[in-house]
Design a protein around this ligand. Sequence first.
Ligand code: CU
Length: 150
Amino acid sequence: MKKFLLLIIIIFSFSLPVNAKPPIIDLETNTIEMLNKRDDGGIMIFSVDIARIDVGESITWLPTDKMHNVEWKNGPDGAELPKKSKFSKEFTMEFTVPGIYVYVCTPHVAMGMMGIVIVGGDTSNKEAISNTRIMGKSKKRLSALLDSIE
Ligand SMILES: [Cu+2]
């Protein structure tokens, strides 16, 4: 069963745009970097596309490259979404409500700089998240990421 899932993940990774990383990543360090360029060639991009964490865990976004931030666009009902973080500053958020969250980088949203967080393995708000109002390339990227978490 695990091998089958892995195969599905691999197939979905290849169906994504060339500059997208394999989309499902378990966080080991609970940090996500804000980058001008990623190892796979993607530009203006977060180091992790889909972060999976448990309820009660935190994620820290690191300003590895400058002039990026984290702006929350959507989350599960009952979740409090903080206001956008300051440019070039570290930002930490604790996740207490399970579900899918979506965020962007304010100045680079049109270039596709966005990411999602799945808390507690709960994807029940996937449809609501797919209706998130979000600009430019980030809209397409959001659908691709959501498709990969079927
Ligand atoms: Cu940015």
